[in-house]
Write a protein that binds this ligand. Sequence first.
Ligand code: HEM
Length: 135
Amino acid sequence: MALNVALLRASFEVVATANPRFVHRFYEVLFERYPQTRPMFPASGMARQEEMLTGALIAVLDHLEDAPWLTETLGALGAKHVGYGVTREMYDWVGASLLATLAEVAGSAWTPELNAAWTEAYGAIVSLMLARAAT
Ligand code: HEM
């Protein structure tokens, strides 16, 4: 992935510092915008889900320059998501909600350049997740 690794990592730091629970906020935004996704997740125990997504995001950011790791890990994660009932369209919902959350939490630090870098990175992540998910 020819992504802007430094920019992605630095902006993730900005977001995580501004709101360490930004993933919690992400799920609020997702469920507000796409309430049809709510029943897919545990009714209680979202804290564990939040931890897993945070961990996944950190791991991906740590491995942005490790293509074999990304292909293997995200391919396996995408295959598991088929079992969760996740469709191609839902990735767009999650992407829109994630980008909106990052922009909201970063506030004035959010720029068009950051938006472009995260849109590109999310698109690359989704491509790898869908590679082994015949949806
Ligand atoms: C960048 C994209 C995504 C990432 C990094 C991600 C990450 C994760 C992780 C790490 C888990 C924990 C379990 C596991 O390892 O399989 C998980 C579970 C799950 N994800 Fe995702 N996910 C993504 C996209 C989506 C999308 C688009 C949906 C659809 C709304 C979704 C719905 C779910 C559901 C329903 C579970 C299982 C919840 C449960 O039953 O505990 N995910 N995801």
